[in-house]
Each structure stands twice: as C-alpha cells, then as structure tokens.
Design a protein around this ligand. Structure first.
Ligand code: ADP
Ligand code: MG
Length: 234
C-alpha cells in the first residue's frame, strides 16, 4: 500500500539546513494499523505530511497503492489525496461556523458529489461514528471526543484506503482517548489501513505495529500484539 525508500527531508534554517528525515525506509501493507512514535521534534509530523502529500521529500521514493508519488502537480496530488487518504489531526480542524454534518460534507463538496448523495453519505458516516443525533450541532457544542469523531467521519466520507492521524488523542483525556482508539480499531477491522502518530505508549500498544523514530531515522520497527481499547463502562 505504502512504500518509501531512503526518504530525506531538510528545512532551511537561515544559512543552515535542519536535516529532519535522514533516510527513512518502510513499507505498509493494506490493513495494517501502525503507530509512529518518537519524542517531540523527531520528525513524525514531517513524515506523516509527506505520506499525506501535504509536503514533499527532498529525495527518496514514495509509492502509494502502486502509484509513484513524484513531481505531481497540485491537481494530480489532490486527486490522489481524495482517492486514497483521510486525515485526522490533534486539534480536530473543524470549521466552527459549520455544523457537524456540514463539516463531514465538505470533502464531498470539493469532489463535486451531488447534493443529495453528499447529505446521505455524510449522515451515514456521522452515524457510523455514533454521532447521528448531533448532525445539526456546531463544534462548540461538542466535547473533544465528539469533535474528533466528526473529524473521523470527515476522513471516512471519501472512503479512503488509508487514514493518517497525527496525535489524534493528544487533546483528549484517557477514557475518551481509549473510546476513540476503539473506534479507530473498528475502522481498521473493516480493512482501512491506519497510521497513527502518538507519543503515548498505551495508545501505540493498541496498534498492530510500532515504528520508532529518533532524530530522523527509524530505530525500531516491530509487530506487537494489539491491545483492544475497551470503553470504560460507568
Ligand atoms: P514531531 O512531529 O516528531 O514533533 P516534526 O516533524 O513536527 O516533529 O518536526 C521535526 C523538526 O523539524 C523540528 O525540529 C521542527 O522544528 C522542524 N520543522 C518542522 N516543520 C518545519 C518547517 N515547516 N520549517 C522549519 N522547520 C520545521
Ligand atoms: Mg508532530
């Protein structure tokens, strides 16, 4: 599904360059659930952004579902992003003046899906994340966990093959984090490949594989026995 070879990325820092990714190699098969761990500044977001075609590497190769991702113009990149990828961010990135349903509809609007189908699909995915009754509410009326569920519905609505999540539980308390991981595990069980950046060991353990980044290189890459996230029942 994803294959990267000898990926390098530097940022210009005045006269100097900050070498952030220093030769990353890894392959992700369809259906995997991978945690990307590492301390702050180790290059996790940079890697995820390159995988998400939100940024480009300086050198190395990247293949996504057998398509070489290289020298794509923005139109082509947008087509691949829409077709293959969904994004979830720590800060939810919802539009505050739009309702939950409208936030989920938005990617379909840009993909020129017809009005009726947009509505139906968005409603279906809101229900899928347990938020059917919250469709007409605005983000400021939702809890952090609910906001992240809206963001997940928005990522799912384009029916991507891969979801890239950058610290999706970073702004949530422990119970809410585990509920969210339970949802992400269910999504993975349905066959969607997940890459999740986290610096929390317990969250990483809920994935099937842990890749450890340190100073721009992968220092460890291991399959783990997945811990099932379990909802705390009151
Ligand atoms: P992580 O997500 O693991 O915390 P990042 O990938 O965000 O790490 O950042 C890695 C390093 O690259 C950090 O030192 C950060 O300051 C630097 N960096 C990230 N993005 C940029 C940018 N757009 N311009 C310059 N430096 C950046
Ligand atoms: Mg980061």
């Amino acid at each position: 599904m994803i294959e990267i070879k000898d990926l390098h990325k530097s940022y210009a820092m005045g006269q100097n360059a900050l070498h952030v990714l220093k030769g990353i190699n890894f392959t992700v098969q369809e259906g995997e659930m991978v945690a990307i761990m590492g301390s702050s500044g180790s290059g996790k977001s940079t890697l995820l952004n390159i995988l998400g075609m939100l940024d480009v590497a300086d050198s190395g190769s990247y293949t996504l579902d057998n398509n070489p991702i290289k020298n794509l113009d923005e139109t082509k990149a947008a087509i691949y992003r829409n077709k293959f990828l969904g994004f979830v961010f720590q800060s939810f990135n919802l539009i505050s003046y739009k309702t939950a349903l409208e936030n989920v509809i938005l990617p379909l609007y840009y993909q020129k899906v017809g009005r009726k189908e947009r509505q139906e699909r968005a409603q279906k995915y809101l229900e899928h994340v347990g938020l059917g009754p919250w469709a007409s509410h605005h983000p400021n009326e939702l809890s952090g966990g609910q906001k992240q569920r809206v963001a997940i519905a928005r990522a799912l609505v384009s029916e991507p093959k891969v979801i890239l999540a950058d610290e999706p539980t970073g702004a949530l308390d422990t119970n809410t984090s585990y509920e969210l991981m339970e949802l992400l595990q269910a999504i993975n069980d349905q066959g969607i490949t997940l890459l999740i950046v986290t610096h929390e060991e317990d969250i990483a353990r809920m994935c099937k594989r842990i890749v450890h980044l340190r100073d721009g290189v992968i220092v460890e890459d291991k399959k783990v026995r997945q811990v099932k996230a379990k909802r705390d029942v009151e």
